[in-house]
Design a protein around this ligand. Structure first.
Ligand code: AMP
Ligand code: TRP
Length: 326
């Protein structure tokens, strides 16, 4: 039997190239050898975004991004979290075996509590328990994610271990799978590319013109103020992106020329935006084609939920039996 893969993303924005290079690339590649389940986690989205009309819109956008990037509904289960409500039942059981102290020290909880001090809701504290429930409900062993999710995965393993210790071996302890680009930098700051920092991203759905404009506006090596100053490619976000979008020999050449101030940032950015737009062109074309077929997206998600529910029900039955609740 094939091992299972599970991953998810919150429908609070469209997907950007940080998501693509950091996570979606692996979602697509793993479809060959694994039984894959990919979830649009709308319940998680509610911890920070309570505007459900927006969430509904982003569910559709995210499905388009994923399908455009190569997720195949014939191979993978693609579904919306709340359509398979068994996850909330498992979340309740797992919350009883998860010490509050584990949750209060999770870095994303601390960051979000700071970012939204007027809305530190109960669900925000339980976010990693719900994420653990997503993963173990499908007994996934491999979880493709970006680097920022590693603390959540560690906690998932601890929760699974604790449940297994208390009630008997039930869940595998899942492992994170990173790409070679697990932390794509922001275009405009020293942080990571993130939907919560306006202007920091290039989205799959952007036009070629928007992409070029954002790259031309991006920060580079802060020490390189003038064209004649030698650059430090290792600290330049644009250089990091070249490593993905530009052929290796050319990347090496740019590195050498940048250090000697033989190439300026403007030319370097023009080359990147040309290569990036060329790479994203087929994805963008496919995305526009799919956007014209809203019924198809609905069918994919409904079929995904039907297939996910079969697995979820079976796990819940086993969990209740192990816990002595049946
Ligand atoms: P999100 O859209 O924030 O729910 O994230 C979806 C996936 O993309 C998660 O696996 C994240 O770890 C990954 N991700 C988000 N931002 C980045 C980034 N800047 N670099 C690499 N991976 C990322
Ligand atoms: N926390 C993840 C993020 O913010 C989204 C997520 C929810 C997830 N459940 C998951 C990722 C299960 C992997 C597996 O990106």
């Amino acid at each position: 039997m094939k091992k299972r893969v599970f991953s998810g993303a919150r429908p609070t924005a469209r997907q950007h190239i940080g998501n693509l290079l950091g996570a979606i690339d692996n979602y697509v590649n793993l479809q060959k050898d694994y039984d894959c389940v990919y979830c649009i986690v709308d319940i998680h989205a509610l911890t920070t975004l309570q505007d459900t009309a927006q969430i509904q819109n982003y569910i559709r956008e995210l499905a388009l991004d994923w399908l455009a990037a190569g997720l195949d509904p014939h191979k993978s289960i693609i579904f919306v979290q709340s359509h398979v409500p068994e996850v909330t039942e498992l979340h309740t059981y797992l919350s009883m075996v998860t010490p509050l102290s584990w949750l209060l020290r999770v870095p994303t909880f601390k960051e979000k509590a700071k970012a939204q001090p007027d809305n530190v809701n109960y669900g925000l504290v339980g976010y990693p328990v719900l994420m653990a429930s997503d993963i173990v409900l499908y007994k996934a062993e491999v979880v493709p994610v970006g680097e920022d999710q590693l603390p959540h995965l560690e906690l998932t393993r601890e929760i699974a271990r604790r449940f297994n210790g208390l009630f008997g071996e039930t869940f595998p302890e899942p492992k994170a799978k990173l790409t070679s680009f697990p932390n794509i930098p922001s275009l405009i700051s020293s942080g990571k590319m993130s939907k919560s920092e306006a202007g920091s991203t290039i989205d799959i759905a952007h036009t070629a013109e928007e992409t070029t404009a954002r790259i031309m506006n991006a920060i580079t090596d802060p020490a390189r103020k003038f064209r004649k100053d030698p650059g430090h490619p290792e600290v330049c976000n644009i250089y990091t992106l070249h490593k993905y979008f530009t052929p290796a020999e050319k990347v090496e050449k740019i590195g050498v020329e940048c250090r000697k101030a033989e190439i300026g940032c403007v030319d370097c950015k023009k080359l990147l935006s040309a290569n990036m737009n060329e790479f994203l062109r087929p994805l963008r074309e496919k995305r526009s084609e799919l956007a014209a077929r809203p019924e198809f997206i609905k069918e994919v998600l409904a079929d995904g939920a039907d297939r996910a529910r079969v697995i979820a029900r079976e796990t819940i039955r086993e969990v209740k039996q192990k816990m002595g609740l049946l």
